[in-house]
Design a protein around this ligand. Sequence first.
Ligand code: ATP
Ligand code: MG
Length: 422
Amino acid sequence: MQSVRGMNDILPPESARWHALEKTLRRIVEQYGFQEVRLPIVEQTAVFARSIGDLTDIVQKEMYTFSDRNGELLSLRPEGTAGCVRAMLEHGLINQLSQRVWYQGAMFRHERPQKGRYRQFYQFGVEAFGFAGPDIDAELIQMTARMWRDLGIKDVELQINTLGTPPEREAYRDELRKYFAAHSEQLDEDSRTRLEHNPLRILDSKNPAMQDLIANAPRLTEHLGADSQAHFQGMQALLESAGIGFVHNTRLVRGLDYYTHTVFEWVTDRLGAQGTVCAGGRYDGMVAQFGGKSTPGIGFAMGMERLLAMLEDQPAPPAPAGIYVMPLGETTLLEANALTERLRDYFPDLPVLCNLGGGSAKAQMKRADRSGARIGLLIGEDEQLERTVTVRFLRDDRAQQTVPLTALQALLQAEFGQTSAL
Ligand code: ATP
Ligand code: MG
């Protein structure tokens, strides 16, 4: 049996890298006041269709949709924002109140699998509700910049753009449609199908033959009203005050319909075509679209596999080196077992293993070494009689020591520092 195409197993030692990454991201978002939400992986299809947009690639071609045994149309979540808005409204969490939440977990899209693009992939994301001004836009971006800094990720560039308000975008969409229609002989097939409903997406085309046409297209920024301009300028001033560099990419439109005003992406040229490691933006209309009281929202999501690929050349975090207890001979197992449990009480954050399945001293020492432990504790028949234990230093060149059981705790505390619960 094999896993489903595009869906990966995450195994040790790779899983330790995931854990370390998640720990850093979580520490940072919590420093900025975000709290965790854990939401269902399956939602009613309408939750996604209505918010992401009926005509987007995600809803039209990428969702895993099925009807369950009651005939309800359900989908595996392709992203986290829609379900989050659904949950906030269902539980009345954003009436008059602002909210900052974060999530992480598996998302599902039926795409062509390649490096950095999978059918089950993991996102870490945040959403903030109830903040209308550009200050939260800048704060979200500052938070991501801090993540790159703390993770040691260097080769990423921040691209920002504004999509204005829906009426501004509507007017622009008409103008863009006219422009591309006047040059329809230069459009590829994909773009022709987008011309009618989604001409903005043509700006996003990677087709080299269309790049001149796109470069000369009218720009949304020039069609924005004063409020939208001020929002965008305000965010840029805040980013500058925090020392964060950016590029204004007027072609950045994002693949989801729900965005307004600020959109941004962190991109790298290190990952080929899968160059966006984090993407987000403002979605002021979505809460009302779900039937709630109009509430501004903004969020981002990052692709964990792509971040890990950026971190590939960093050494994996070392497994914590702990203690390995070895019962030698026929009679020492019960005592070794009891000792191991006592040590687990004393050192709740250290791996403490007892050799299982018996074996010669040599075989047990080999396993102790392979376990990564720093200290081996031998209990043979002599030790048992004398109420002692033999301490082996597995990672450095120090002579073994036989100490009374009563002195063991102090010795281990000195070895492992302040990790003891006592
Ligand atoms: P792309 O342009 O690469 O398809 P997207 O615009 O569809 O990305 P979003 O919906 O904005 O992506 O998701 C946010 C982030 O999640 C992306 O920037 C990327 O890092 C990651 N991501 C999206 N789709 C996948 C996938 N199929 N496999 C792995 N990571 C993904
Ligand atoms: Mg995509």
